[in-house]
Structure formats: C-alpha cells, structure tokens
Design a protein around this ligand. Structure first.
Ligand code: NAP
Length: 222
C-alpha cells in the first residue's frame, strides 16, 4: 500500500470493541498499536491480530507507551475506568487526535440511559483532558461482537467533535473499519448516541436481536 496512513493506538485494544476495531484497521493498512494496562496482554492481543489478518503486523505496549507512539489515540475502556485511564495517558496526548468510544453504562440497568454529571461520557473526557484536547467521540452504537466477525456490519457510526476536520478523520476511520461514518455535530451532541446505546440494548433484549444497530436515512447514497 503506497498511501501513508496515520498510526493508531487503541487503548483497551485487548477488549471487545478495541480489538475488533484494531483488527479491521490493521487489515485496512493502518499501523496499529494495542494498548493495555499490562504490556504482556497487549503483546498477546497484537499477536492475535497478526494471526487473524495473515501477518499484518501490530504492536502491543502499555497504554502510556502506545499513546506516545501513535498519531491518533482511540480509547475503548469501560466507563468505570475512563477517568483513570485518560488521566494515565494524558501526558502523551498533546496535539493528538483522541477518539473516545465510551458509553456511560451503569450496571445493572444498562438498558436505561444514565448520563454522568458532566452530561455524557464525551463531556466527561473533555473535563478530564481539558478544552485544548482534540477530542472526538464515536462508535457508540456498533456491536463489538459483529465487528469481530468477517461480515458486513449493518450500522452507521455517528461522529461528534467540535472540529469538523477532526470529525472527518474519524469518519475516515469508521469507513476503513467497514462502517459508514456520519458527522453528528459538536461533542455536546454525543449524549444522543451514548443514550441510544441503552435503547439498542433494550431492543436486543425485547426482540431477541443479535446486535441491533442504527442507520441514518435520507442521505441520498452518501
Ligand atoms: N462492546 C461493545 O459492543 C461496545 C460498543 C460500543 C461502545 N462500547 C464502549 O466501548 C468501551 C469498551 O467496551 P468493551 O466492551 O470493549 O470493554 P471491555 O472489553 O470490557 O474492556 C476493554 C478493555 O478495557 C481495559 N480495562 C480498563 N479498566 C478495566 C476494568 N475496570 N475492567 C475491565 N477492563 C478494563 C481492559 O484492558 P486491559 O486489561 O488490557 O488494560 C479491557 O480489555 C466501553 O466504554 C463501551 O461502553 C462498547
């Protein structure tokens, strides 16, 4: 591949969503670094990407080292760890694009929208990282177990952030993962997609669905 692509650090890339996205991005030609609280766990996860994608290389490092190494940092950790992990990597994020995937699910009532005091997980991230952080949120409504399979995933990705150019970069990442990224407006709008995840969890339960998703209609084939 001749096109130069950004390097990506996937913080929590050992987990359900992070690993599935990391594998898809590695297959699309991105240089991927898996981050974990434990370097050995990250190395194992990176090796699984190499095996699954037929020798596409990936690297595994601690979260801090992964964030230091990449141009774009994707954060895919549980809401309960969002603050601790963003704080741990915050020293490595200056000038970098940060993509937060956090949905503020509060067990056991995960089918009920429950937003944190900041208003959403994305706004919590901004409170932790500061106004100067290049923060975008996305991937809230896509089921990780669908992304883990080599199938077309029937779900759009709404992308939120205050800088349209940064949103463009994340729309591109969604497209590279085989999804359709759509601008959702400023970071303050992230609450809509985060809350809708609880709606989807309820729909899955009610209709015994295997990963309901969202589609935006009326875009005229965009
Ligand atoms: N799963 C989905 O379908 C889905 C869809 C859309 C959005 N999301 C959002 O994406 C984020 C990640 O979801 P996920 O399902 O991928 O999460 P997960 O598999 O449970 O965890 C992801 C990684 O986070 C790290 N981690 C840090 N603190 C942790 C803790 N207290 N307990 C467990 N793991 C911890 C772990 O990596 P190390 O141990 O290696 O550090 C783990 O592998 C969440 O905010 C979720 O709401 C998930």
């Amino acid at each position: 591949m001749s096109e130069i692509r950004s390097s990506l650090a996937v913080i929590g890339g050992t987990g359900n969503l992070g690993h599935a996205l990391a594998r898809r991005w590695a297959q699309a030609g991105y240089e991927v670094v898996i981050g974990s609280r434990t370097a050995g766990k990250a190395e194992d996860a990176a090796a699984r990407i190499e095996t699954a994608s037929g020798s596409v290389p990936a690297t595994g490092l601690t979260n801090e080292d992964a964030a230091a190494k990449a141009d774009i940092v994707i954060v895919a950790v549980p809401f309960s760890s969002q603050e601790a992990i963003l704080t741990a990597i915050s020293g490595e994020l200056a000038g970098k694009l940060i993509v937060d995937t956090t949905v503020p699910l509060v067990p056991p009532k995960v089918a009920r929208a429950q937003m944190p005091t900041a208003g959403s997980a994305a706004l919590s991230a901004r409170a932790i990282l500061g106004e100067e952080a290049r923060l975008v949120s996305a991937f809230h409504n896509v089921a990780a177990h669908k992304l883990q399979q080599d199938i077309e995933v029937d779900c759009d990705v709404l992308v939120f952030g205050d800088n349209p150019a940064d949103r463009d970069s994340v729309v591109e990442l969604a497209d590279a993962a085989g999804l359709r990224g759509i601008h959702g407006g400023p970071l303050a709008n992230s609450v809509a997609a985060e809350a809708f995840t609880s709606v989807l969890i309820g729909i899955n339960k009610r209709y015994k669905a295997d990963g309901a998703g969202i589609r935006i209609t009326g875009l005229g084939g965009a």
